[in-house]
Design a protein around this ligand. Sequence first.
Ligand SMILES: [Zn+2]
Length: 284
Amino acid sequence: MLVTLKEILKEASNKEYAIPGFNVFGYEDAAMVIEAAQELNTPVVLMTNRDAIAHMPIKILGDILTGLAKEAKVPVVVHLDHGKSVEEVVSAIKAGFSSVMYDGSQLPLEENIRRTRKAAEISHYFGVSIEGEIGSVGYSDPNIEAKAIYTVPGEAKRFVEETGIDAVAVAIGTLHRMKAQKANIQYDRLREIEELVDTPLVIHGSTGVKDEDLTRLSRHRVGKVNIGTALRMAFGDTLRDEINSRPEEFDRIKFFKKPMIEVKNVAKEKIMTLGWGRKQVLEV
Ligand SMILES: [Zn+2]
């Protein structure tokens, strides 16, 4: 079923587990993320980043992802990741997304607050959840120009109070596009933010987070944990092996089968580390 982020964050805010948000690029990975969530009976967030909406018109992508979400046996959020303008947020809402992110994290604080509040008013009018970002999670990819800024706890408090957003991304030591699990999480900064901010927190760049830290974060007031690179590597690396090992084959559907299974396996592993493994043990 298609749900908003706000609906499933209520369940996750009990500090037992975090909702996995996976960046997907089309049918193949989105369907496998949903299968992973269904097999573990967990909610999940399908997220589209800028590369995805540059590749496929957002309306078509929205139709595919919301179509999959509506057929799913578990709650599924269809979320715009890193919307950079209010116009992008509106186009996602028109395309049927149930949740959006407005990312003004590179702007001065006042301007970030002003534009995020505007995006929040529009989103809420249409019953869509919204995430903002304060501080800025940087990129380990040198081709992407974005300043990394750790979140200042007092600014986070002001940001959520003045914007009315449903979830807030914070920068506490992660970086986007890390291939290895080497991020150093600043738990002191996280605790300070938690003391001041009631809104569920979001961690971006979580492919770079160690398994033990993913589990530890799920016990904090972290509502959503974003994972993109791990699934892209699973799909791309397996696809490369498939193509190299079968030079006579040309049918892409046959090439996609193994990469899809790998995406599902990695999604399941990540979901389990976010506290859901513990929940399932308790329920048995
Ligand atoms: Zn991000």
